[in-house]
Design a protein around this ligand. Structure first.
Ligand code: ADP
Ligand code: MG
Length: 268
């Protein structure tokens, strides 16, 4: 392979790397995650897979400090964004949330707010001033793959869109505050196959600019969209942990652990 090709295939972004080290989580006395280590590289897509209840959503919430909003929740370990602990003293929550966005399983645009206002809704909260809002709205809707469908009706309420369009609107809303990382918790589970494909295309295009961490139960989707894959498992009396993580092709084609092989081949 020539050096040039290598350069092209290497992500050009170096910012937005997220590193979790020894992350454990509890709800009350119950431990649900045990010492999770995971490197989520800039410009790449990391898929989190594993059976329900193994702590994927909890882990995702820890990555942008949403876990701490749950009264019974506690955690240990470290999460670093570009080498800085997001839980470190003096780190502002609003700044962490701006830099690390989240898209949920169920599309949750503000239903009565216009498409335009949905996109710009996070700016104030993040204390961001934008010289040209119209340009920002267009750019975000384009990046989310929604512009062509809504550019003539930006004043229509977000709730008037189809489920798949609403999810892309939520992606556009997340992008408006220029996040370095986008966390996506089963973003396509509530969507039809066509909408799912559209979101996957969007993820593929965004990956060059934003570090993406996606939880998915769809093994084909994990293979289509991710570069790196982490298999989580919670066994009897064992809290959720990573069984194995690595390049997606390795995890699916040459799994090191028989439990990974069973899971990715649909055997449990
Ligand atoms: P996954 O996303 O992999 O399905 P979750 O992170 O949602 O798993 O859940 C991990 C474990 O933590 C599960 O046993 C779940 O019941 C428990 N759990 C999740 N949220 C809460 C909560 N708010 N309070 C108490 N337990 C919770
Ligand atoms: Mg979940």
């Amino acid at each position: 392979m020539s050096e040039k090709t290598l350069t092209l295939e290497t992500p050009h972004r170096t910012a937005g790397g997220l590193v979790a080290t020894g992350v454990s989580a509890w709800f009350g006395e119950r431990k649900v995650l045990d010492r999770v280590d995971l490197v989520m590289e800039p410009g790449r897509v990391t898929a989190l897979i594993g059976p329900s209840g193994c702590g994927k959503s909890t882990f995702l919430r820890i990555l942008n400090r949403m876990h701490e909003m749950i009264p019974t929740a506690s955690l240990a370990g470290e999460v670093a964004l570009d080498g800085e602990d997001i839980y470190g003293p003096g780190r502002r929550l609003t700044e962490v949330r701006r830099r690390i966005g989240m898209v949920f399983q169920k599309p949750n645009p503000f239903p009565t707010m216009s498409i335009y206002d949905n996109v710009t809704s996070g700016l104030k909260l993040s204390g961001m001033r934008v010289p040209d809002k119209d340009a920002l709205v267009e750019q975000c809707l384009r990046r989310a793959g929604l512009w062509n469908e809504v550019n003539k009706r930006l004043k229509a309420p977000g709730g008037a869109l189809s489920g798949g369009q609403q999810q892309r609107l939520c992606i556009a809303r997340s992008l408006a505050v220029s996040p370095e990382v986008l966390l996506m918790d089963e973003p396509c589970s509530a969507l039809d196959p066509t909408s799912t494909r559209r979101i996957e295309e969007t993820i593929g295009e965004l990956a060059a600019e934003v570090t993406i961490v996606i939880v998915t139960h769809n093994m084909q989707q994990a293979q289509r969209v991710s570069d790196t894959c982490a298999f989580f498992l919670a066994e009897q009396d064992t809290p959720g942990h990573i069984v194995e993580a690595g390049p997606t092709t390795d995890v699916f084609e040459r799994p090191a652990d028989p439990r990974t092989a069973d899971y990715v081949n649909g055997r449990f």
